[in-house]
Design a binder for this molecule. Structure first.
Ligand code: NAP
Ligand code: MG
Length: 487
């Protein structure tokens, strides 16, 4: 992509709050600069919502709520379907925009746009299948009728690592269920969310149904919305730390909460695994999005007999990565999103090496401009090392050996997180047995990617509450109403 094309994309992108169907600056005029993480340069400056704007958006969403809930499911479905078509038609522009504000490679950004658009297609299909049940009471005296009603005004808070997909994974099911929303995107990546609001408007979403409010004052703005009794749902994706805080904030008014939080995925390689498959799978599980994924393989546990060979093959592939600006041809690894993220990765590596782990490749910060950290492999990583306990969120693969299945399962489950686990083996019985023993919401069995709009995505333990995607994702935005009837 040439600079001229970049300029065109940035010139066309909306930079104001999207509230009640129109664009406007923040009530007090504050703005947030947006940077290209590959250069550190400012690329745009967006409006930063105030508490008053947050409450105005809740009013807009509340006023639009009954009309949207009463819109025929088929009509809601067709609007979502049009949003899918529009997003797919604009995939290249959106992908470039994601690269510019997030730093990921164009390959990853294109994959994200396709994945993000699929949530609109999937929930266009689900909108007409919300369902409900009817049964006879055990006493025989009456019928039990259960309706699924839209839960109401929903506050959606999303992270910067998948600026398009984390927004559509919430907006799709919310709109399908008949809810209106206020989305607060991450301050690092507000542009993609604003571009998606524009697409939804073109697709026919009425004013007030979708509001998008970037804000550098996320704490007070989100809390003010949660304190407002018109808000009935919080759907959050982000760190476990902020998730805990928001759960406490939602307790005040007992707001229904869905939480997609951090991960610390174990990646188990058994000695009977096809190492070609295992290494391909490891590269995807570790390096998709440059390691900045909640599903990223965070801890490689390899059976002792194949540990050296697996590490050598993984290292060869890691060293073949080309680091650079995500828009440059051939680049397979972009920068981390900001200086703080890069420094956190560097500190985790240093602390782990200080405990005795060895650096096989990488391991030192690359000079700027941009927030680059090289592909890194660490071997002989001791139990309890920080890199095994905390979410790395960068291109670092720590490897440790295990002796038998029981030890592998124990090591994998030894975490406060439980989002996803990966298992590589040619023995199907063992694969399924180990998969079932994983205390995680998802398992990749001989597969390095689990994300799919049709599947229930989510975690156990401190990785979250609830599921996104699939039919479960729709139900998160509904409330059951039971009617006892005698007929
Ligand atoms: P984060 O710091 O928790 O921020 C997530 C969102 O919450 C952002 O929009 C942020 O706004 C907002 N926020 C921060 N503090 C807040 C507060 N006190 N009150 C209300 N909102 C607040 O996470 P991140 O650094 O953007 O993203 C990385 C994390 O997301 C990782 O832990 C990753 O595992 C997790 N993640 C999980 C999933 C999943 O599905 N489980 C998917 C993707 C990412 P500002 O940007 O304005 O601070
Ligand atoms: Mg943040």
């Amino acid at each position: 992509m040439t600079t001229v094309e970049q300029d065109t994309i940035l010139r066309n992108v909306p930079v104001e709050l999207f509230l009640g169907g129109s664009s406007r600056p923040a009530s007090d005029g504050l703005r947030i600069p947006v940077y290209d993480p590959a250069t550190g340069e400012e690329i745009a400056c967006v409006a930063s919502a105030s508490v008053a704007d947050g409450l105005a958006a809740v009013t807009a969403a509340h006023e639009a709520a009954s009309g949207w809930a009463a819109t025929a499911p088929r009509a809601r479905s067709e609007i979502l379907r049009r949003a899918f078509e529009l997003m797919t038609g604009r995939a290249e522009e959106l992908a470039a925009l994601i690269v510019l504000e997030n730093g990921k490679t164009l390959v990853d950004a294109r994959a994200e746009v396709a994945y993000a658009a699929e949530f609109f297609r999937w929930y266009a299909e689900e909108a007409v299948r919300a369902g409900g049940t009817v049964q006879t009471a055990p006493s025989g005296a009456n019928r039990i009728l259960v309706l699924r009603k839209p839960i109401g005004v929903s506050v959606l808070v999303t992270p910067w690592n998948f600026p398009a997909a984390m927004a559509t994974r919430k907006i799709g099911p919310a709109l399908a269920a008949g809810c209106t929303v206020v989305l607060k995107p991450a301050s690092e990546t507000p542009l993609t969310a604003l571009a998606i609001a524009q697409i939804l408007t073109e697709a026919g979403v009425p004013a007030g149904v979708v509001n998008v409010l970037p804000s550098a004052r996320s704490g007070p703005v989100v809390q003010a919305m949660l304190n407002d009794p018109r808000v009935r749902k919080l759907s959050f994706t982000g760190s476990t730390e902020v998730g805990r805080h928001l759960l406490a904030g939602a307790a005040k008014t007992v707001v229904s909460s869905s939480m997609e939080l951090g991960g610390n995925a174990p990646f188990l390689v058994f000695d009977d695994a096809d190492l070609d498959v295992a290494v391909d799978m490891a590269m995807v599980a570790k390096m998709r999005n440059g390691g900045e994924a909640c599903t990223a393989a965070n801890r490689f546990y390899v059976q002792r007999g194949v540990a050296a060979e697996f590490t050598a093959r993984l290292t060869e592939r890691m060293e073949a990565q080309k680091m650079g600006h995500g828009l440059d041809p051939g680049v397979s690894l972009g920068p981390l999103v900001n200086a703080a993220s890069r420094d956190k990765v560097a500190q985790l590596v240093e602390a782990t090496v200080a405990l005795g782990a060895s650096v096989v490749t990488g391991g030192t910060i690359v000079d700027g401009p941009g927030y680059f950290y090289p592909p890194t492999v660490l071997a002989e990583v001791p139990p309890g090392a920080p890199v095994l306990v905390e979410e790395i969120f960068g291109p670092v693969a720590p490897v440790a050996a295990f002796d038998d299945e029981a030890e592998a399962v124990a090591m994998a489950n030894d975490s406060e997180y439980g989002l996803v686990s990966y298992v590589c083996t040619r023995d199907l019985g063992k694969g399924l047995r180990v998969a079932e023993a994983m205390d995680s919401g998802m398992v990749g069995l001989n597969r390095g990617v689990v994300s799919d709009p049709a599947a229930p995505f989510g975690g156990t333990k401190q990785s979250g509450l609830g599921r996104e995607g699939g039919h479960d994702g729709l139900l998160e935005f509904t409330e059951s109403q039971y009617i006892a009837v005698e007929w």
